[in-house]
Design a binder for this molecule. Sequence first.
Ligand code: AMP
Ligand code: GLY
Length: 417
Amino acid sequence: MKVLVIGSGGREHALCWKISQSQNVSKIYCAPGNGGTESIAENIDIKADEIDKLLKFAIENKIDLTVVGPEDPLCGGIVDEFERHNLKIFGPNKKCAQLEGSKDFSKKFMKKYGVPTAKYKSYTDYEEAISELEEFKLPLVIKADGLCAGKGVIICNSKEEAKDTIKEILNDKCFGDEGNKIVIEEFLEGIEASLLCFVTNGKIIPLESAKDYKKIYENDLGPNTGGVGCFSPSPLFTEEVKSKIQKNVIEKILNGFKEEDLDFKGILFIGFMILDGQPKVLEFNVRFGDPETEVVLPRLKSDIVDLFLKTIDGSLEESDLVWDDKSCVTVVLTSAGYPGSYKKGLEINIDSLDSSIILFHNGTKYEDNKLLTNGGRVLSVTRLGETIDIARDNIYKNIEKVKFEGAYYRKDITKDI
Ligand code: AMP
Ligand code: GLY
């Protein structure tokens, strides 16, 4: 089989890595890919949101299966377009992708079908939003409705800050049309956890859980990032919490899918806030998480291509997913300045790492046989371990062997559990 993976991050490197272990795969392409995918796939110079070019490539190269990494092409309707041309593609269609593409759509869905989530209200009018601000306690959360490259969520600690944020989004259009609408919601206390689920044919089948570290600095300080460390499984997912999730979240979502005629096929990523064993949903994403994928896929024993094909034809069962009992941890090396502005093109030198380390590339490229930085998140140093502590300690022993100017990483990943 020839497989095309769309995207260029650590998630896509992990997907290519796992797909390359499949018995049935003869060739992998990655568009546009990165310095890491280059070692297992052929990188193709087409961006993830260039749907027409990707379609042309898939037809001309007789691609048997396309796997979509990021949300942009999913929200742009790549699945509908490929399916119109009878091409097999893994991911939800445009209608279902609204669960990530519009915060208003996903909050309405959660409220209508009783999925526990933060109380909220949506606004398109500046005056109305300002006049109702008093109804929300501090801190409060303001979210631009559309996709804003992960920057559309602002936690406000004062009403002044909230007023400024509403003005910047609704009036000054700091996120363009993606901010034509906003959601204002209550701030939820607790600990976050991520649950990726295969969804097909009236079934939601969870993968193993993960916990993502979103803040750039130790002790969860500083601005939000795409995720700078992660581990799996999350200890918050006790049998009791899992059964609450099944009854109060998964069954409600399935009912909503049926009622709204949402034929979801692909990955539904449920972002949870868990407080005192009570799970509430923070958000839905309609794709694999990054860095969640880097810690969940090394634990998956099953052939992932088989899982993708069974999701597409609707035959996937929970028993198809076989897991390694080991834990997995990743620590992300980032460029100095990230998540703000940072330099690209810095040379990376890697001394020999222990063979147990899996090095996923997030933002790298090869130029003249040199490996260079090419993003805010650069490399994910990953390891399976009998315990989380074993995996973590070995990662921190190896991480200093990866060198580039200004390389930064959090030293406290997994230390809070
Ligand atoms: P989202 O894109 O909705 O997941 O938001 C990004 C991040 O903002 C989440 O992972 C949380 O860390 C934080 N966040 C979003 N909504 C809330 C909320 N209602 N309460 C507390 N934190 C939130
Ligand atoms: N790690 C969070 C995300 O992929 O959205």
